[in-house]
Design a protein around this ligand. Structure first.
Ligand code: CDP
Length: 788
């Protein structure tokens, strides 16, 4: 296990002013890798949002002491490496050739003997640009006279339109809307979910070390999916896969940001192969925020058809997705808009129809599943906001409307109108518990009293359903690789265990919880189990950690591998105890002869026998491996209630209470789950009130540092109150569903609903997130509600 390094700041070791450029906040284990003769890379990036590259002059850069090489797009082109495949089967320029498509796009890679020389060299590269018209609005990108942003693929795609995707029954949905228009109600809500960034405290980076003598490439990198990255490196660089080793033991926050392969990784590999030396490339904060995987950027129109009493009938959704310059969206191949069609949420819609169009713009490529199971955050936000709009329309309390429309507990397994099979759920129980915990009726009385006094208080509900654990290999693959996951267990002769898993922790505590799974299955102490991951030379193949898939998929593999170990131990026990297997009973940690509990063998004794006194008809040793292809996804859920007060002088939203009731089935470790919920809620608060990456008409990106891109700190974060219900997954070996992303998925709309609720009496029906004090104050001003 690599040690976590101390925070890098402007300490004694940093003497030069430029060192400010290298501050990354908390440590970066890749930056701690220090190899003899190591070189450093830095990237020259485009200041323009869209421009032609007329020339690149590297002569001044090569004069900078310590600079050894400058790699350009043309150099890569000569080696056949100018373009790399994205996770959505687009091609992305590793280094720009004749055109830059977004501000901060990679143009050249400078290799030098020190980090400082590389930075100076990058500053000395002279690029002559001819600016082109910039398009940052996807609606404008689809207008007939819009400039073609990707002429490199004009034969296959003659406009900026990337794809149209639709699912559901259009005719039946339209008919339900016609019926509701005549005899019921139809509500329509436009909403924009802005471009945001996962902003992990540790930025991306790698050390690539190609050894000419052995032909082996070792890459230490910030990767959420080391095995998939190894395979992609083999395919992209044409290197033999068995001679590539990706090491990624500690990752300082991923949240989807470390799923794609970025040009910096490829350039470091090329530079190492070229120079024969290890090459380190570490991103700075601005590079991370502006050029790596963004999230969201969905323009949505959601419509609900309902009876006059608010009973929902049909959902219709149209979405325009902004994918930026290259379609590098990270999601299963068969689902171009991810799992967005989980948008019927927790409600029993009989019909639904969803359409998504995607467009190129002059923005960084993406988007990634930021603590989210491939667009489920967008889906959950739209349905929870639209349900509140419906509640206002039919004059019902939003809690009552939800209780009226929930999928009933007895309806599970439930087939949704958009063809998902929800495994289990009890939505009423979660909402009722949340309402009881906050005294919902009391809060509504308080709100009425405050309103009468001119005070602004709002209560917002989000009763979300998640979809995690991608996924059944038949339907889910990334870049063609099926989304199974794995665990390998080795029981040593003394009964101590080494387990290796195909997923990759970024602080979720897999070392603890996966050891607990094995310990529970074998009846031993978790202290006797070590869990390793993140080294492709040792860990079994897996698709990595994102979209809360670790517990549903690798967690299941771990339980099953442990059961395989137990099965073999049983055979050994039968041999040692001289009985048939059918005569044995199991109690945690031990097999004993039925009816004679004193005659038994512990798992440790059986492990020792596996190596010292193994039955002649069995292979010696006690090991097992499982590659688990889940039969279905898991559907965690929750009900959140947020209470806000709004300052009429400043427009500031103060979250007074936030009650989060979550249900992730069987919980392995309550403390780990609690940590996941607290962190996830804070990352749900972030887009609701603070975070946005916006662009001006020139393609300048706003939000390139933590002064402009506002991530919440402990000061902004409210006191999260939590509670649980328990509805196990019927198909997961231990009944566990994922939890990591639920709070991030569920929280934003609870906050948005609360703010809208506070202003609903003056006709406010929607405010786009992030709900900044300025937006709120402007509404207060317009409605004559500001205080002096
Ligand atoms: O894929 P990722 O690890 O991000 O998400 P997850 O599967 O939801 O797990 C996050 C952490 O919570 C892991 O350490 C899990 O083992 C733990 N967890 C748990 O203890 N019980 C659950 N029912 C779900 C997750």
């Amino acid at each position: 296990m690599a040690t976590q390094v101390q925070a890098h700041g402007l300490g004694e070791s940093y003497k030069r002013k430029e060192d400010a450029r290298f501050i990354r906040g908390q440590g970066n284990y890749v930056d701690d890798v220090d190899l003899p003769g190591m070189l450093y890379g830095d990237i020259v990036r485009s200041p323009y949002g869209h421009a032609l590259i007329k020339s690149i002059d590297i002569s001044e850069a090569m004069k900078v002491p310590g600079v050894l090489a400058v790699i350009t797009g043309k150099d890569l082109d000569a080696a056949g490496l100018a373009w790399m495949p994205t996770l959505s089967a687009d091609t992305e320029a590793v280094l720009a050739l004749d055109r830059v498509h977004y501000q901060m796009q990679e143009v050249a890679f400078v290799v030098a003997t020190s980090r400082y020389a590389a930075a100076d060299g990058a500053a000395a590269v002279e690029v002559d640009y001819e600016p082109l018209p910039v398009v940052v609005d996807p609606k404008k990108a689809l207008e007939p006279d819009a400039p073609l942003l990707r002429p490199d693929k004009k034969d296959k795609q003659p406009t900026n339109h990337i794809y149209h995707w639709e699912t559901g029954d259009r005719a039946a949905t339209d008919a339900a809307f016609a019926e509701a228009a005549a005899n019921g109600v139809v509500v329509r809500q436009h909403m924009y979910i802005p471009r945001i960034h996962p902003a992990p405290i540790e930025t991306c980076g790698c050390v690539a070390d190609y050894q000419k003598a052995t032909g082996k490439l070792t890459v230490w990198m910030t990767s959420q999916a080391p095995h998939a990255h190894r395979t992609l490196f083999a395919i992209v660089a044409g290197l033999p896969e068995h001679r590539i080793r990706i090491i990624s033991p500690d990752v300082g926050g991923g949240f989807g940001n470390k799923v794609p392969i970025y040009p910096g990784y490829v350039c470091a590999v090329v530079a190492s192969i070229t120079t024969g030396k290890p090459v380190k490339w570490i991103e700075d904060r601005t590079e991370n925020l502006t050029s790596t995987g963004f999230a969201r950027d969905y323009h949505i129109k959601a419509e609900i058809a309902a009876d006059k009493d608010g009973t929902v009938k049909a959902l219709r959704v149209y979405t325009l997705a902004d994918h930026g310059a290259f379609d590098a969206a990270a999601q299963p191949t068969k689902f171009p808009a991810g799992l967005f069609h989980i948008c019927t949420g927790s409600y029993d819609f009989k019909n639904a129809f969803v359409e998504v169009d995607a467009a190129h713009t002059n923005k960084a490529p993406g988007g990634i599943a930021y603590r989210c199971s491939f667009r489920v955050t967008e889906a959950s936000y739209l349905i929870e906001r639209a349900m509140d709009t419906l509640a206002h329309e039919v004059g019902k309390d939003p809690a009552q409307l939800r209780l009226q429309n929930f999928i009933r507990p007895e309806a599970f397994p439930y087939r949704s109108a958009l063809n998902w099979t929800y495994d289990s759920g009890n939505y009423e129980a979660a909402l009722q518990l949340a309402m009881k915990n906050v005294d919902y009726e009391g809060l509504r009385r308080e709100q009425a009293e405050k309103r009468a006094r001119g005070e602004l208080m709002g209560i917002g509900i989000s009763s979300f359903t998640e979809i995690v654990g991608a996924g059944p290999g038949k339907h889910f693959d990334i870049a063609g690789i099926q989304m199974f996951d794995s665990c390998e267990i080795r029981v040593h002769p003394t009964g101590k265990i080494l387990a290796r898993i195909g997923v990759q922790t970024q602080g979720q505590g897999h070392e603890t919880t996966f050891a607990q799974i094995i310990a529970a299955e074998l009846g031993i102490s978790p202290d006797d189990v070590d869990v390793e991951h993140g080294d492709t030379d040792t860990a079994p193949y897996g698709l990595g950690t994102y979209a809360s898939r670790s517990t549903p998929v690798a967690g299941a593999a771990t339980a099953i591998a442990a059961r395989k170990v137990r099965d073999k131990a049983k055979k050994i026990a039968a041999y040692l105890l001289e009985v048939g297997e059918e005569d044995l009973e199991w109690e945690p940690g031990r097999f004993y002869v039925k009816g004679t509990p004193s005659k038994g063998k512990t798992i440790q004794e059986l492990a020792f026998a596996a190596y010292t006194n193994c039955p002649p008809y069995l292979e010696p040793g006690l090991e097992a491996v499982d590659y688990y292809d889940p039969p279905n996804l898991t559907y965690p859920f929750g009900s959140y209630i947020c209470v806000v007060d709004i300052d009429r002088g400043t427009g500031e939203v103060h979250i007074r209470r936030f009650m989060a009731v979550d249900d992730c089935g069987t919980i392995i470790n309550p403390m780990v789950v609690e940590g996941q919920i607290h962190g996830g809620l804070t990352q749900g608060l972030a887009p609701a009130l603070y975070e946005e990456l916006s662009y001006d008409e020139h393609g300048n990106v706003h939000g390139s540092n933590f002064q402009d891109y506002l991530i919440p700190t402990a000061i902004e974060t409210p006191n999260w109150e939590t509670d649980k219900t328990f509805t196990p997954s019927p198909h997961h070996p231990i009944g566990a569903k994922g939890i990591g992303e639920s709070p991030t998925v569920g929280a934003p709309q609870a906050i948005a609903n609360a703010v809208v609720d506070a202003l609903s009496h003056v006709g406010v029906r929607h405010i786009d997130i992030p709900i900044t004090p300025w937006k709120v104050w402007s509404i207060l001003k317009e409605k004559g509600l500001t205080s002096d």
